[in-house]
Design a protein around this ligand. Structure first.
Ligand code: HEM
Length: 410
C-alpha cells in the first residue's frame, strides 16, 4: 500500500476494536488520516507499538520533530490537534526538557505517596455510594458513570491541585471537549484554546491570591523561584495535563470494568468468589478497553524501518494501545474476549519507557477501592441498557461509555 491510500480513523471511535482489526490486516504499520485530514502512521500490533515507544529515534516534541507542525496554521481543520501538540508539558517534550518537567510532578505520585491518599479515596467512595443508593432506592435507573466513576477521580485530583468547587464543572467540561475528537472544526479548536487560558489561567490566578497546601501552589512556587525549571507556559500546560489525565482516564477505567463485569455474569461470579482478583480485572479492562485507545502524537526523528515499511523522518505516529491489547499474535485467538483469569499484566495501556504514566498507582488505588465497594454493596447490580443502547464516548483517543445506566436491585 502507498501512503496515498490513507485510512481515515473514525473521529467518533464508534467501534475501536473493529477498526483495529481492519488496520492490522493491512500490515504492522499503516498510513492513516486523523480527523481534519492530519496524516499519521498507526502501528497495529503489540510488538511494533512497544518497539516504537521505546525507540529513542521516536520523539514526542512536535516543535523539534514534526515536519508538518509549521503548517497547522494554514490548515484550519488541523487546529484541534493543538490541544495535544500545541501544549508544552512532559507529554509533548523530548530528552532533557521531558526529564525536567516530569521531575516536578512525578515524585508526588509514587506508590508510597499514593498509598497515603487511600483513606481519602475510601471516604469519597463511601459518600458517593451512599448517594447512589439513595438515588436508586425505589428501583430507579441510576448512572454509575455520573454517580461514581466520574466524581471519584475528579474530586480527588481537584483536591490534590486545590481546584475550588466553583471551578470544577468548567474544568470537567474543558477536558471532555479536548477528548472529544468528533468535531475538528476551527471554531471548536478556538473555543478549546480560549477555555484552556480561562479555566487553568483562572486557577493559577486564584492560587496566587489564595495559596494552599496543594500541588498548584507548589508548582507556582517553583515557577516564581526558578523560572528555568518551569516557565509560565509550562505551568499552565502541566496543570492541564495532570488534572486532565488525572481524572478522565480513571473515569473510563472504572466505567469500562463495571460494564465488562455486568455483561459477563461468569466473570463477575469468579471475582465475587475470589477465584479472580480485582487487580486482574483492572489489568484485563486496561488490556481490552484501555482508557486511552490511541494517543496523538509521536514523531520519527530519523527514517524508521518497520518491517518492509519506511516511516520517513518528520512523520507523525499515533500510539495505538487498543490495537496492542487486541493483538492475537500476542494475546492469542481469544484476544477480543474479556477474561480476567488470563492475568495479562503486560499490557501497554499505562505506556512504557520514559513517558510511562505517572498516575498508574493512583488510578489503581481508585479502581481497587471503587469496584469492590460498588459490587460488594449491591449484589444484584445489573445493567439497565442493552448493548445497542450503550454509547461510546465520541473519541478515537478516549475509550469509554458516555452513560452506564444500572439498577441496584433485581
Ligand atoms: C486508567 C488510568 C490511566 C491510564 C489508562 C493512563 C494512561 C497513560 C498513558 C498510556 C500514558 C503514556 C503516554 C505516552 O507514552 O505518550 C500516560 C502518561 C501520563 N499519565 Fe496517565 N493514565 C491514567 C491515569 C493517570 C492519572 C490518575 C494521572 C495523574 C496523576 C496520570 C498522569 C499522567 C501523566 C502526567 C503522564 C505523562 C508522563 C510523561 O509523559 O512522562 N495518568 N498515561
Amino acid at each position: 500500500m502507498t501512503v496515498t491510500d490513507r485510512i481515515a480513523i473514525d473521529p467518533f471511535g464508534a467501534d475501536i476494536p473493529a477498526e483495529s482489526a481492519r488496520l492490522r490486516a493491512l500490515g504492522p504499520i499503516v498510513p492513516v488520516e486523523l480527523p481534519g485530514g492530519i496524516p499519521a502512521w498507526a502501528p497495529t500490533g503489540y510488538d511494533v507499538l512497544k518497539e516504537l515507544i521505546l525507540d529513542p529515534q521516536v520523539s514526542k516534541d512536535p516543535r523539534l520533530h514534526w515536519r508538518l507542525f509549521p503548517e497547522i496554521g494554514a490548515n484550519p481543520s488541523w487546529a484541534w490537534i493543538l490541544g495535544w501538540v500545541g501544549v508544552v508539558n512532559m507529554l509533548s517534550t523530548y530528552g532533557p526538557d521531558h526529564t525536567r518537567l516530569r521531575k516536578l510532578v512525578a515524585p508526588s505520585f509514587t506508590v508510597r505517596r499514593t498509598e497515603a491518599m487511600r483513606p481519602r479515596v475510601e471516604a469519597i467512595t463511601a459518600e458517593l455510594l451512599e448517594a447512589l443508593e439513595a438515588a436508586g432506592a425505589d428501583g430507579e435507573t441510576v448512572d454509575v458513570r455520573e454517580a461514581l466513576a466520574h466524581p471519584l477521580p475528579m474530586r480527588l485530583i481537584c483536591e490534590l491541585f486545590g481546584v475550588p468547587e466553583e471551578m470544577r464543572e468548567d474544568t470537567a467540561e474543558l477536558i471532555a471537549a479536548i477528548m472529544d475528537t468528533s468535531d475538528p472544526s476551527p471554531e471548536h479548536a478556538t473555543w478549546v484554546q480560549e477555555r484552556i487560558g480561562a479555566v487553568l489561567g483562572g486557577l493559577i490566578a486564584y492560587k496566587v491570591e489564595q495559596p494552599g497546601d496543594d500541588m498548584t501552589t507548589e508548582l507556582i512556587r517553583v515557577r516564581d523561584e526558578d523560572g528555568d525549571r518551569l516557565s509560565d507556559e509550562e505551568l499552565l500546560y502541566t496543570l492541564l495535563l495532570v488534572i486532565g489525565a488525572g481524572f478522565e482516564t480513571t473515569v473510563n477505567l472504572i466505567g469500562n470494568a463495571v460494564v465488562a463485569l455486568l455483561r459477563d455474569p461468569g466473570q463477575l461470579a469468579a471475582v465475587r468468589s475470589g477465584a479472580v482478583s480485582w487487580d486482574a480485572v483492572i489489568d484485563e479492562t486496561l488490556r481490552l478497553h484501555p482508557s486511552i485507545a490511541s494517543l496523538p502524537l509521536r514523531f520519527a526523528v530519523g527514517d524508521l524501518k518497520v518491517g518492509d515499511v519506511t516511516v520517513p523522518a518528520g512523520d507523525a505516529i499515533i500510539t495505538t494501545y487498543a490495537a496492542a491489547g487486541l493483538d492475537p499474535e500476542h494475546y492469542g485467538p481469544e484476544a477480543g474476549v474479556f477474561d480476567a483469569s488470563r492475568a495479562a499484566d503486560d499490557h501497554l495501556s499505562f505506556g512504557i519507557g520514559v513517558h510511562r504514566c505517572i498516575g498508574a498507582p493512583l488510578a489503581r488505588v481508585e479502581a481497587l477501592t471503587a469496584l469492590p465497594a460498588l459490587f460488594g454493596r449491591f449484589p444484584d447490580l445489573r445493567l439497565a441498557a442493552t448493548d445497542d443502547e450503550l454509547r461510546q464516548v465520541r473519541s478515537f483517543i478516549a475509550f469509554g461509555w458516555r452513560e452506564i445506566p444500572v439498577r441496584l436491585r433485581g
